[in-house]
Each structure stands twice: as C-alpha cells, then as structure tokens.
Design a protein around this ligand. Sequence first.
Ligand code: MN
Length: 745
Amino acid sequence: MSDDSVIGPPRRRILSSDLCNVLETYLEPTQVGAVYRAYLFSAEAHEHQKRLSGEFYIFHPIAVAYILAEMRMDPQTVIAALLHDVIEDTTITKEQLGAQFSEEVAELVDGVSKLTRMPMESREQAQAASFRKMLMAMNRDIRVIIIKLADRLHNLQTIGVMKPESQRRIARETLEIYAPLARRLGMNGIRVRLEELSFATLYPSRYKILTKHLRLLREQRQNLLQGLHSVIEKRFQERQMPQAEVVLRERTCYGVYSKMLEKKNPKSPNRRHSFQEVTSLYAFRVIVDTLDECYKSLGIIHGLYIPSFKHFRDYIAVPKKNGYQSLHTQLMGYHDYPIEVQIRTRAMDEFAEKGIAAHWLYKLEENPEIALQHENSTNYAARQRASAWLRDLIEVQKNASDSLEFLEDVKRDLFPDEVYVFTPKGKILHLPNGATAIDFAYAVHSDVGNHSIAVKIDRHYTALSVPLVSGQTVEITTAEWSHPSANWLDFAFTPRARNHIRHYLKNMKQEQALELGKRILEKELNLHHIAFEKVSAEQKQLLLQTLQLESLDKLFSDIGLGCRMALIVARQLEAILNNAPPPPNNTPTPLLIRGTEGSLVSYANCCNPIPGDKILGLLTDGNGIEIHTLHCKHCTHLKSPEEIMAVAWEGETEGNFLIEIRIDVRDGMGVLARVAAALTEMQAGISTVNGSSVEMRGAGSLRFQISVRDRLHLANIMRHLRRLPEVVRIQRGNPLQPSEISTLG
Ligand code: MN
C-alpha cells in the first residue's frame, strides 16, 4: 500500500533508451525521433561536463525529460527539458536553438535559463526576485514552470552529493515556493514527491521517526484495513458496479508532519498535535467512470457506515481553486477509526495528480471552441482558472514596490486553505482562508472594493474586518463617496485587495501632495501679498535654485508632505521679489480643509475631528498635516508654534471621517445586530466593532468605529440610535489611554 513511497534506494540512472520507451507509449514515431535528436544535440553540447556526483552531465537532462514524459507532456516540453541547461552552461545560444529546433523550444529553454540566473543581493531578496521572474516566465508559457519543477525534482533526487548547507537551502526553498506552486497548479503528483524529498533533506531524523511510526501502524492495522477494503469492494460488486476501483491511500510523511504542526486550537497556539492525534492517516479512494456514478457510489458508501456530515465535501459541485474535483466523506463506526473516502471519476483522478499538466494543449485560450471539443470541460476550466490566477499575480507584481512585499502577498495566496462564499445572486467566489469582507469586495470588482462601506453576511450587518467562513452569503454595501483607507490594510488578506488599496493610497498621496502643497504655498503667499501666478518664470527659477530643487512640482509636494515650511519659502520668494510691499498684518487666513486631500491631510486618532468641529493642523515630517480638534489636549504642547497651522473646514466637505462611538446597552441578546443595522441604515460605515460583555445578558457597552460625513450626520445617527429601546447612553470619542499619549506628535 505504500507502493508510491517516493524515497527509496537511490534511483537507477535513466538512460535515453528508457526515455524513448516511455515516449513511444504516447507519441508518434516522428515526434520520438525529434526528441532523440534533441538528446544527441544536448549530449554533444554538455560533452565534457560532469555533475558533482561524477556522472556525465547529460544524465540530468535525460532524467528531467523522463519525469515529464511520464506525465505525458507534449514533445516540445520534453525537447526543451533535454536542452534546459544548454544556454546557461554551454556556448549554445537561444538563436541557435531557434534555428535548430523551433522558436517555441528556444523560448522555453530561455525561460528556464532566466529562472536559473538571478542577482544575489540578499538570499531573501534573491528568492523574491527569482520568484517574480518565474511568474513572468510562466505568464509567457506555463510549461516553463512545469520543466522547472521537474528539474527541481531531479535535483532533489540527487541532492546527496551537495554540501549540507546547499542541501538545506534547496530543500527549504522547495517547501516554501516550489511545492506550494505545484499545489496551486494542481500538480499533486510532483508536489508530493518534492515535499517528501525536501522534508527528508531538511529534517532527516524527524523523517526517519515518522516513517518508522507509519510503518508500525500500517502493520498493526493491516488486517483491519484489508478487511474494510474487501467489504467496500464486495458492496460495489453487489450493487452492479464492478468497474469501481477501490484503492487504499496512506498519508505521506510530510502530510503527517504538517498536520502535527497545525495549531490545536487558535487560542493556544503552542499546543500542537501529537502523532497519535493525527487522524485519517488512511483514505479509500473510489474511482469510477462517470459523474453520475460518483454520487451513486456516495450512496453505496454511506449505506455501509454512518457518515459524518461535518466532514462531507462536494468538490465536484464546487471545485477547489486549482480545479481539483472529488467527493470527500468520512465514515464513523468501523472499529472506532474514522475512515476517509474520496470518490471521483478517472478524469478527475488524473487531474488531481497532474493538474494543469493533465492534458496539454498549447495556446488553448486562442481557440476555445476546438479546445472544448478536445478536452473535457474540467481540464479546460481549470486551465482557464490557472491563467486567470497568473494574470492576477502579474498584475499584482507590476504594482508591488518591492519584491519582498510581493513575495509575502503571494505566499499567502499559495498556501491553499480556502473558503468559498456566495454573492447574493448565488455565484461562488473562492478566497484564501483568512480573507475578510474587504477581500470579497475586491474579488467582486475593484470598484466595489474601492467604495465599500458595510457588509451583510448572511443578511446581518458585520464589520468589514471579520474573516469569512465557507458557505456564507456576502453582500457589500457601497457608497460613491467612500474610498479605501490605510487601516483596511490591517485586515485585507488577498494580494489583490492589498494591492488595490496600496495602489490607491500611493497614487492619492502623490497627486494630493502636489495639490495640497500648492494650496498651502498660495495661502502663505497671500499673507505676503504675493500672487504666485504673477511671479515671472525667471523669478520662479531663481527660487528653485535657492532651494536647490529641480521642479515646482517637487516644491509643492515637499510642502504638501510637510517636509518644507511654506512660510520659509514665502520669505525666500519675498526676498527674491525684493520690492514687494511688506505685509500690513499677520492675521493668518486658515487653510480650508475639504476632506478630499486624502492621506496628506490626516485626522488624528486622539480626537477624531469631523467637519463642524473647531480644528488646528500640525505639520508632520513627510506625512502632511495632521488635523486635531482645537481643544485636543494631547497635541498642542507637543509641537512648536510654527508647526501649528491655522485650518478650518470648507463650507462643503466631502468624504467620510472615522470616529469612535461608545454605546451602552441594556440587554445583549441580538442588540449588536440591531445597532449595526441602525448604523448602516443611517449610512454610517462600520469599520470595527468592539463589544465588552455583549454576549452576556445584562448591561454592556459597544465600541464602534464608524465613518460619518460631519457633525450633523453624527447628530442624526445618535438621535436614531437613541430610539432603540436597548440603548442607554451614547458617547462620542475615545478617551486616550495614558500609554497612547507618548506615541502622538
Ligand atoms: Mn537543471
């Protein structure tokens, strides 16, 4: 039953004749001939090279090609695999490969070579950078990564000859990047082999102990498992389904290990599972011919023992993100062991093994009609989803400001635990585990994400930050005036959402810095009776020279960011103009705040000013102006007077302003939902909810962070809330904790 143990005695060397034998099982003789010519070409190119093990280099590309031939990959891929190191390690060029073989082969080999070459600044950086490159190469032709995975697999199979430190590096990189990538592409066959080899390399003693435990357990339970196996087979015979194939599968070492690493429960992160606690070490797989037979088999299986509904999953109706399809169920009551059963068709089984490589038809997207006739729709849909995923990643990486940030985001996406939720119209959306309503909003459309204000989950209002659970129906409320705010990054989980939010904030900041800086300077110049538009080009140039700046835009954005004082610039300009009349008085005219200045005008957390409040502005270093209420106790003494700026609200303000309100309530039952509904009814966007003792009966208090338009809006909201019978008292604001005071200013 552990027939597919991936680590055994050292592999026999693969010869070109072995490769041809496999190729002949699925390729035309002329195609096999073409592969053979590539072998001769590669052997000659690598003629005098040897690997660390001492054997001739050519055995490596042969082995890589063999792995791909076993996956029944197309001839171009196998040819490219034979040639995958010639550009990197010999004098052969890409152009030569193009002339000798085909453009397609040359591109593939070039793609693989580009992954091998990478700048080595720091190891982390290099890994991140090479990962970006890999995605770029994959985007051109996804077979590049399939070849790279086969290359990595053979390198791991022959890793024994390398230095221990290189062994560990390669194994770790494989577990972090390549294996998850293979999983994401549905290539579970190769993924399992990569994981087992890397695990054995990285943790040899853990690997040994687990292998031993698994072997002992297998011997112990052999009779039981064989008994059950024949019971299942017999039942299928009785029900006239002799074609059903029943296979017993054992969890891999790495599979057991990662299960043991999982947190026992979220509240005690240090408690892990012991070996004994890892259940479902064994699973029966039932493979049938048609989809209908899958559900019929499910009935047969459920008739044998009692199924556990908690563990039932229909991945046929709702396939996994990587295209995986199968029915999963768990039976209780066979000698007290829960028994997992997976039911799928032969095509689904092949797909589960090979994923995107299952049935290669190149350039499928260009010819979907033909593709549909040739491929079954599952494979086609899976490939389309993989392409969509790639396009998304490429989009994300274009905007990511540095590689590490990008790698972090993608790693989250690669670890595959996912939830599926429904739109109000019943459409299914897949999101990674941990995703929140804001991720959902961006998954629907970037416009929905950018204007989200509230969310209903299963028809109840909830905070945008609450993680989603499979099966929920999620409905986003949007408002034109609402925009992404920086605090969304605290709970946005998917690369897509994070990227959109960052992108928005970054763009806004640049544009807004310019506009705000210009307004501040003009306001300052007004005091000095200077009209900026009347200053001549030469004088402006002189000012820039004095300030050692290259452009006016830079000057404006410096002022807008708070890096440069408008007052000083104004004095310098005054000096340049020289004959300007002196200002008659110093009454400062305030800078008017519209609410549309974006991230450069920020609203202080200590007092949360909203339009209608009396306010003042504090200049910050590089982050623009921070608005406080005039009587905010926690800022005035922290800054020197010249850093305080007179500000006032413009008559018409736009946008939403975060404040905190505290609502004391009488009775906890259902009151949270009612208060949240009332808030949303009043168009107050809810960012976060904190309740103390609201789950209990009796008095409690709720703290909401909500966004409002102005004081009037807030007053209306409060009046509306007071009508709820449970509400005892409402208070605005958040009295500062003493510990927070020092972080201000
Ligand atoms: Mn190689």
